[in-house]
Design a protein around this ligand. Structure first.
Ligand code: HEM
Length: 475
């Protein structure tokens, strides 16, 4: 048989592959020796660890199933990364509260690290001096009750436009998922940049793309030591393109704000109560009394958090809440009756009375903190959509009851709750108050598809399409 010489390209590719494998084997041996002291976990394969066990379903479901076999504190080796999976409230409390300082670090995720100018935002900032400073700015300047209140007119405007759009499409199927995302995104955008900026399409697609890439399960994140794998995955290039797009938009807006601020400093006073977040941050930067001066990149990083935290998370909750109610006509009816009673005769929903909607408030919760929030040890019929379970229940969602922590807990708990809640309650109340809803094509409520998509936030896989009818008392 004639011996075939490989082409130069094949030869180079083989050498490259071999060197990657050798590098990974070396690293996996080092890891193997440190794994000895870790909690139990399923069996591992060389190089990939437990990655193969995550194939076939969504990670949060597989992790729950694995934890049922291996315990609530379980070790998983995912590529090069060593992970401890916590699935019980008791251990979560130990980790997030008792030993909070030890576990307050974030993993390095390639896509987010790039988008946040090397983790100069709050979410990804390494636990330390800089994080403490930006977190403080966030809690005492950006997301205070007063500041969030100052955005009320923006929320009313965006959600009233949503109601108008739905009314004008009465009787036709509408893509509710898409519309809700557009409205919450519009709120984040106007709160961050001010009302005159319309960056909806260009910037929202960047946010959506990065949120998809930032799950932590990409090759680049699972094999962080291998630059070659990162290059081959195409991730860096994709992220770099998105970053350039996002940076150009953000820097342009910062420059315009700075110019305007310069003019108003020279006499023309702006209205402090209605300042957008970029203006607040620029003023802090100009004051110059921070221990670690705030650069433009730091400001852009922080604004990134407002977008990624302020839009997709809230809209996803509204989307799931509407989906759950469409599948449960009893709950839908009860929530609608409550909203219509509270706002009886007012003609519209405002934020002032939203606190009275005890029943409706409960709908936002069940989709988060999935593993613990669906554990039958802590919840009766955890999979049933039964908001009444939270009436007269001592569990809240603010990080004290570990079996239910949609906003996290401990030192790195979400500081955006005040910003998020009206973005969930107000649209839900309006959707229920103004409209009756039907599924398209005569579909039965129990047939509504509830498949989840994989991502940082677990969104619906397929958009929620519903047919609205204007409620008769408002015609
Ligand atoms: C329903 C909406 C939201 C949900 C479910 C949510 C959930 C979370 C969770 C689970 C964390 C991680 C907590 C931890 O590590 O223990 C977090 C962190 C964070 N969230 Fe939210 N969030 C929401 C809305 C927002 C909004 C509206 C903002 C800002 C406008 C925001 C800003 C942040 C920031 C800056 C962090 C990082 C905190 C830190 O690392 O110190 N979030 N969020």
């Amino acid at each position: 048989m004639e011996l075939q010489f490989p082409s130069l390209l094949t030869l180079l590719a083989s050498i490259l592959l071999l060197s990657i494998i050798l590098q990974l084997v070396k690293r996996s041996k080092t890891l193997e020796s440190s794994i000895q002291q870790l909690p139990p976990g399923p069996w591992r394969l060389p190089l990939v660890g437990n990655l193969h066990q995550l194939v076939g379903s969504l990670p949060h479901r597989i992790l729950r199933d694995l934890a049922n076999q291996h315990g609530p504190l379980m070790h998983l080796q995912l590529g090069e990364t060593s992970n401890v999976v916590v699935s019980s409230p008791e251990i979560a409390k130990e980790i997030l509260i008792t030993h909070g300082t030890i576990f307050a670090q974030r993993p390095l995720l390639v896509a987010v690290d790039t988008m946040t100018y090397g983790s100069r935002d709050i979410v990804m900032a390494p636990y330390g001096h800089y994080w403490r400073q930006v977190r403080k700015i966030c809690t005492i300047e950006l997301l205070t009750a007063k500041r969030v209140k100052s955005f009320e007119s923006i929320r009313q405007d965006e959600f009233s436009n949503l109601v108008k759009f739905i009314s004008s499409n009465e009787g036709s199927p509408i893509n509710l998922s898409d519309k809700i995302f557009g409205s919450t995104y519009g709120i984040a955008s106007r709160a961050a940049f001010g009302s005159k900026y319309n960056v909806n399409d260009s910037y929202s697609s960047v946010v959506e793309e990065i949120v998809k890439l930032a799950s932590g399960f990409s090759i680049a994140d699972l094999y962080p030591s291998s630059k070659v794998l990162r290059l081959m995955s195409g991730m860096s290039k994709k992220v770099e393109t998105l970053f350039k797009k996002s940076d150009a938009v953000l820097q342009g807006i910062i420059d315009e704000h700075r110019e305007r601020l310069g003019r108003s400093n020279a006499g023309d006073e702006g209205e402090e109560a209605n300042e957008d977040l970029i203006t607040v941050l620029l003023k802090i930067q100009q004051l110059g009394d921070l221990e670690l001066p705030l650069s433009d990149n730091d400001i852009k990083g922080i604004i990134w958090d407002v977008f990624s935290g302020g839009s997709e998370t809230s809209s996803t909750i509204v989307d799931w809440a509407m989906s759950e109610m469409m599948r449960n006509p009893r709950v839908l009816k009860k929530a609608q009756t409550e909203v219509r009673n509270v706002y009886n005769g007012k003609g519209d929903v405002d934020e002032a009375s939203v606190q009275e909607l005890n029943y409706l408030e409960l709908t936002r919760v069940i989709i988060n903190a999935w593993a613990m929030a669906t554990d039958p040890k802590y919840w009766t019929e955890p999979k049933a959509f039964y908001p009444e379970r939270f009436l007269n229940c001592s569990s809240d969602f603010k990080g004290t009851n570990m079996e239910f922590i949609p906003f996290g807990a401990g030192r790195r708990m979400c500081p955006g709750i005040l910003f998020a809640l009206p973005n969930i309650e107000l649209p839900l109340a309006k959707l229920l108050y103004h409209f009756d809803w039907k599924l398209p094509n005569g579909m039965e409520h129990e047939s509504l598809d509830m498949t989840e998509a994989f991502g940082v936030t677990v969104r619906r896989k397929n958009d929620l399409i519903l047919i609205p009818t204007i409620h008769k008392s408002f015609m």
